[in-house]
Design a protein around this ligand. Structure first.
Ligand SMILES: NC(=O)c1ccc[n+]([C@@H]2O[C@H](COP(=O)([O-])OP(=O)(O)OC[C@H]3O[C@@H](n4cnc5c(N)ncnc54)[C@H](OP(=O)(O)O)[C@@H]3O)[C@@H](O)[C@H]2O)c1
Length: 231
């Protein structure tokens, strides 16, 4: 049985990722910062639940300690939790606004990964999937045929570029693990007030694919549902 943890699993892409991985036979633990929402979602999914706010060291450490006591350990970590931040015109964005977005989207991944690496190291096939965005891809934002080239979001886009680079760094440092980063594609969720053009099923194709790879699977890649994406 593959034991899989999804951060931000109470709704949106995280919830759909959990639903699909459970259907594929994973034992899934969903995390949410809000206990009530998380427990309700876990019950609907048939998942386990642990409270986890990716911006809070004590919360992450408590979740890691709880996981240590769980049978089966941890095989797959999906760093999905993320926020869009305020819709401020680029020249008006403050350092504080940027810090808030980075605290969730970037430092959150480091906080959670750092706390859970000892558990992943004990797995026979440790896998990490980080959820970035095409908005963090330098190639996509420079391609005028792509929607990413029309979006101005200083904190969000730069935070997602940081997610791609930290994935490369982890993948190089931990060759015994499969560590990849994905772009879900523009998907209707609360993050974009449901303006996304993809369904959550389409938006989770890449994360599900990379969460289910074996030891011979890729590592250090950036992918969307169509395949490899330019950095
Ligand atoms: N939707 C898209 O088009 C799209 C495209 C590219 C990338 N993404 C990325 O996909 C991921 C999932 O986003 P989504 O579209 O599913 O958005 P969503 O529906 O807003 O879900 C975001 C999830 O992250 C959780 N979260 C936020 N801050 C957190 C924190 N401090 N600690 C723990 N959990 C936290 C939210 O919890 P609450 O319910 O408590 O807020 C929620 O469960 C994000 O990383 C996002 O950047 C989305």
């Amino acid at each position: 049985m593959t034991n899989t943890l999804v951060t931000g699993g109470n709704k949106g892409l995280g919830y759909e990722t959990a639903r699909r991985l459970i259907a594929l036979g994973h034992s899934v633990i969903i995390c949410a910062r809000d206990r009530e929402k998380g427990e309700a979602a876990a019950q609907r999914l048939g998942a386990r639940f642990v409270q986890l706010d990716v911006t809070n060291d004590a919360s992450v450490n408590a979740a890691a300690a709880w996981l240590q006591q769980q049978p089966g350990g941890l095989d797959v970590l999906i760093n999905n939790a993320g926020i869009a931040g305020a819709r401020t015109p680029v020249p008006d964005v403050t350092a504080e606004e940027t810090r808030v977005v980075f605290d969730t989207n970037v430092f959150g991944i480091v906080r959670v990964t750092h706390a859970l690496l000892p558990l992943l190291r004990a797995s026979k096939n440790p896998v990490i999937v980080n959820v970035a965005s095409g908005l963090g891809s330098f190639e996509a934002v420079h391609d005028t045929s792509r929607i990413e080239s029309k979006v101005a979001a200083l904190a969000y886009c730069s935070s997602k570029s940081a997610v791609t680079m930290l994935t490369v760094q982890y993948a190089r440092a931990l060759p015994e693990m499969r560590i990849n980063v994905i772009d879900p594609g523009y998907t209707a969720t609360d993050l974009n007030h449901n303006s996304g053009t993809q369904t959550v099923e389409e938006g989770t194709d890449a994360v599900v694919k990379l969460a289910t790879i074996g030891k011979d699977g890729p590592t250090g890649t950036f992918q969307d549902r169509a395949g490899v994406l330019g950095w």
